[in-house]
Design a protein around this ligand. Structure first.
Ligand code: AMP
Ligand code: ZN
Ligand code: FE
Ligand code: FE
Length: 291
């Protein structure tokens, strides 16, 4: 059944999703999504293809990306939404993403070595081939471990080997949140903190972080997310009110790596209403943001 909704957080084969950008678009149309953002990790590579696929379908396509950062409470992710097409405006962002991908490569080589030391026939080359694009991530290594038959699913691969602190875990050097925010803002994007309640922080600690990030230019909180329960949503809305932030929402669709998460509806209960998109457009207009 088609339930009208929007989805401002999705991944494709340009990073660690398993649908091509054009497939993400066609599945979104099928699911009744009226506005879709593609927000691949550390790259803008899928945006042109997705935008082309959306042309003529009636779907509103929003150019995005997701950047991981380091905080005292673990990784915080930031979504840049409405990233301009103008290459001059995005040049500094593209350059910074290149650097992020280089650090990713170093991490991936280290992870492959650790997996080999554990006796698994897993190489960086195989992960890169599986990824296809320029962003290779832990989900690709998880898939290789599944194919070897040494774990029962991707979740187990993270729990036993790839998750933080596990035997094949290799840390990745990440930027501070202020840097991700300024890179995205300077490119002209709207910046939302992704899945804020997945941070290992209490509401009071999250408030402490937002105290820092609001003056750094943070625009919004992703209150609506597949992994947020009703209490998480309410807490995000209260924090957004308190800090004068907008609200965004999306499924964090990846395709096969997260088989329970569907476009638009997440784990079944997600429905980000169209007025969330309309309010963001009003906010962008009031701030003079153009894409
Ligand atoms: P990376 O950016 O390469 O370090 O990989 C992080 C990505 O792995 C996240 O964005 C998620 O998509 C995925 N991920 C992280 N933890 C888990 C987990 N426990 N189970 C499945 N996927 C995970
Ligand atoms: Zn991902
Ligand atoms: Fe994320
Ligand atoms: Fe994501």
């Amino acid at each position: 059944m088609k339930i009208p909704c929007i989805d401002l957080h999705t991944h494709s084969t340009a990073s660690d999703g398993t649908d091509s950008p054009a497939e993400v678009v066609s599945k979104a149309v099928e699911a009744g999504v009226s506005a879709l953002a593609l927000t691949d990790h550390d790259t803008l590579d899928g945006l042109a293809a997705a935008e082309k696929a959306a042309d003529g379908t009636g779907l509103i396509f929003v150019r995005g990306c997701e950047i991981s950062t380091e905080t005292p409470w673990g990784e915080a992710h930031f979504l840049g939404l409405w990233i301009p097409r103008d290459l001059e405006r995005t040049a500094a962002l593209e350059k910074a993403l290149e650097d992020v991908r280089a650090k990713r490569l170093a991490r991936n080589m280290g992870m492959a070595e650790k997996l080999q030391a554990l006796g698994f026939d897993v190489s960086y080359k195989a992960a890169a081939e599986l990824a296809g694009g320029r962003v290779v991530g832990r989900p690709h290594f998880a898939e290789l471990l599944c194919r070897l038959g040494v774990v029962k699913d991707r979740k187990e691969a993270f729990r036993l080997y790839l998750g933080e602190g596990c035997s094949a875990y290799e840390p990745r050097e990440l930027m501070p949140p202020e840097r991700a925010i300024s890179l995205l803002k300077e490119a002209g994007a709207l910046v939302s903190m992704a899945h804020p309640r997945l941070l290992h922080a209490s509401v009071a600690e999250l408030a402490q972080l937002l105290e820092r990030l609001k003056p750094a230019g943070l625009d919004a909180l992703e209150a609506y997310h597949s992994e947020h329960n009703a209490g998480d949503v309410r807490e995000c809305i209260e924090l957004a009110d308190r800090f004068g932030l907008q609200l965004t929402g999306g499924s964090d669709y990846h395709g096969l790596p997260k088989p329970k998460i569907a476009l638009g509806s997440g784990k079944g209960g997600l429905r980000v209403a169209r007025h969330v998109y309309d309010k963001l457009m009003e906010y962008r207009a009031a701030c003079g943001m153009t894409d």
